[in-house]
Design a protein around this ligand. Structure first.
Ligand code: F6R
Length: 612
């Protein structure tokens, strides 16, 4: 999704801005641009924009000798107006240049007003109204800072913006409301960005802006004013991101790297319990003991893959901890009239912690009077973490591939821990069962590493899948959401239409789709539903459907005409959904490669969906 970088220094900032954009590329974008106040030419704005990759923008800026000590840059993921050079940011209005993440909802009425004042619009974007609005106040005598403040007072919607003026080379101005933005503090130079990873190469000192903040960023200091207009200090954080964590190393794609990092990512996430004899609520925050004892139900809010993790957790939370649990797609919940129950723990699950719908759903839940919130998230200091009473940080490391992989399995690891803690508090976890589960969790990284060995067999399946237009994924019970995750992965990176069904639902409709052209994937662990699942698989075979089954060792399912079986190396009891995810990720990855797709940046998608 859109990314912002801004810099002021006593050196040419173009390489800093371009490097920052490269580090944000993983979020997905369709155009990019940079604007700097020219160091040599009387402070004139120089701008280059491109609908290609950031590397192309870099070449263009070198060819056009763009350089300056103050500048802003942007990667755009189109919302208003097609991806094109004219719609790419930065936008300019009479010496003012602006980059923007988010959506301005009242852009039509602002555009009409600005047109009546004589402003001419050159793009189809909502952002251009911001540039003209700032300019209209600035030319009326306001300072750049005041012009930005007066502008933001008129904006309805979500935004993070960075603004420079060619008439004022001493600072840039940034503001945020509903979209992430932070400052980076250097030695005699300062920066701004939408994500700390964009600044790894220049500073680790990060100041997260709050909603409503507007900041003036100078060479030697930053001044932050809050929504009320008071000058405020915000804490300085030392970013733990390391440049090597976001490098590809020996892998060809980030998705491949992230699939193979899962044993380590899960081990890191569970590190605090690896040597423990028992679990405790403190894993989720100092207040967790009190809050967990007061709740009588759980509501999980999330999107996409994180929603699928929530769906798995429902089986654990109700089946093991005996606590009523509902799971809702955040974008639906936020607009649905629901019956609030104050003693519900609202759990948001998110890789990025910045997903606009999940954030809004949490705020909506709070507005309904739900008292307690917990965020399960991969990004410390993200908006969801900061907005929640309790938190559990998955320690997957930066996830760069747009298709979520290690974030999902680490979310599941966090959710099983939560299940154990709640089960214990509710008297539903014996000491023997706790010890047994902790043992299984300690073994999980090894079990994950073993499953990765099925890759050559999966690759053979993927070669066939790549030639098909549709695929069906089946699972029962707790493995139904894993089938959903398998279908989501396949469609988003291979562009093969895939659907997931609870296998028992097959004969209520989707069985009509099954013929010899329809590959069907079934997840068949040795659990209480295995015999039921086998009957469902017979229904598929009887209709000529080609079955691809992920089976545990002792399921007595073997290869036959139209039946392809991969044996899972380990049976992991209630942790089985975590293991069964791996072959499905590999299937999607290899099918996408076979089809020649750009796996890390699937078309039309973005990492971290910060707009509604
Ligand atoms: C799919 C995928 C998305 C995200 C969703 C939520 O592979 O990555 O479906 O899971 O956009 O994102 P987070 O987890 O950052 O809230």
């Amino acid at each position: 999704m859109c990314g912002i970088v801004g810099a002021i220094a006593k050196r040419n900032v173009v390489p800093i801005l371009i490097e920052g954009l490269k580090r944000l590329e993983y979020r997905g974008y369709d155009s990019a641009g940079v604007a700097v106040v020219d160091g040599k030419d009387n402070g004139k704005l120089q701008r280059v924009r491109s609908t290609g990759r950031v590397a192309e923008l870099e070449k263009l800026s070198q060819a056009e000798h763009v350089s300056g000590e103050l500048g802003i840059a942007h990667t755009r993921w189109a919302t208003h107006g097609v991806p094109s050079e004219k719609n790419a940011h930065p936008h300019i209005s009479g010496g003012i240049s602006v980059v923007h993440n988010g959506i301005i909802e009242n852009h039509d009425e602002l555009r009409a007003r600005l047109r009546s004042q004589g402003y001419v619009f050159l793009s189809d974007t909502d952002t251009e109204v911001i540039a003209h609005l700032v300019h209209s106040f600035y030319k009326g005598g306001a300072t750049l800072f005041d012009a930005v403040r007066r502008t933001t007072a008129e904006l309805i919607g979500a935004y993070a913006i960075a603004v420079v003026s060619e008439n004022d080379r001493t600072h840039l101005v940034v503001a945020r409301h509903g979209a992430p933005l932070l400052l980076g503090l250097g030695e005699g130079e300062n920066f701004a960005a939408s994500d700390a990873s964009a600044l790894i190469q220049v500073t680790q000192k990060i100041v997260y802006l709050e909603d409503g903040d507007c900041a003036e960023v100078k060479l030697d200091r930053v001044t932050i004013v809050n929504a009320k207009g008071d000058v405020v200090e915000r804490p300085v954080h030392i970013s733990q991101l390391s440049a090597s964590a976001v490098e590809l190393g020996n892998y060809t794609h980030y998705m491949q790297k992230e699939i193979f990092e899962q044993p380590m990512a899960v081990a890191n996430t569970l590190e605090m319990v690896t040597s423990a004899q028992s679990v405790s609520p403190q894993l989720f925050g100092a207040e967790a003991g009190r809050i967990f004892s007061d709740i009588d139900s759980v509501l999980i809010l999330a999107c996409g893959t994180s929603y699928n993790a929530g769906m798995v957790a429902r089986y654990w939370l109700e089946g093991v901890a005996g606590i009523p649990c509902s799971v809702e797609i955040a974008s639906e919940y936020r607009y649905r009239e629901s019956v609030p129950h104050p003693r519900t723990l609202v759990i948001t699950v998110s890789q990025s912690g910045e997903t606009a719908d999940t954030l809004a759903a949490l705020q909506y839940a709070k507005s309904l009077g739900l008292l307690y919130s917990l965020s399960i998230c991969n990004v410390p200091e993200s908006a969801l973490v900061r907005a929640s009473d309790l938190r559990f940080l998955t320690r997957a490391g930066p996830e760069i591939g747009v298709a979520s992989t290690k974030a999902f399995t680490t979310q599941l690891a966090a959710l099983i821990l939560l299940t154990m803690v709640l089960a214990k508090l509710r008297g539903r976890l014996t000491t023997e069962r706790e010890t047994e589960l902790l043992h299984q969790m300690r073994h999980l990284p090894t079990a994950l590493a073993n499953v990765l060995h099925v890759e050559p067999q999966i690759k053979m399946w993927a070669e066939k899948f790549a030639t098909r237009h549709h695929a069906l994924f089946l699972g029962r019970g707790i493995h139904w959401p894993i089938a959903m995750e398998g279908a989501l992965k396949l469609k988003e990176i291979s562009y093969i239409h895939a659907e997931a069904y609870a296998a028992g639902e097959l004969k209520h409709g989707p069985l009509a789709l099954v013929d010899k052209h329809m590959p069907v994937v079934a997840i068949a662990p040795k659990d209480a539903l295995l015999e039921k699942l086998k009957s469902n698989l017979q229904e598929v075979r009887a209709r000529g459907g080609e079955l691809h089954v992920l089976a545990d060792q002792d399921t007595k399912l073997t290869d036959a005409e139209g039946l392809h079986v991969i044996r899972m190396p380990d049976h992991a009891g209630i942790l089985s959904p975590i293991l069964h995810t791996i072959p499905l990720q590999l299937l999607a990855y290899h099918a996408a490669l076979e089809r020649g797709n750009y796996v890390d940046k699937p078309r039309n998608l973005a990492k971290s969906v910060t707009v509604e």
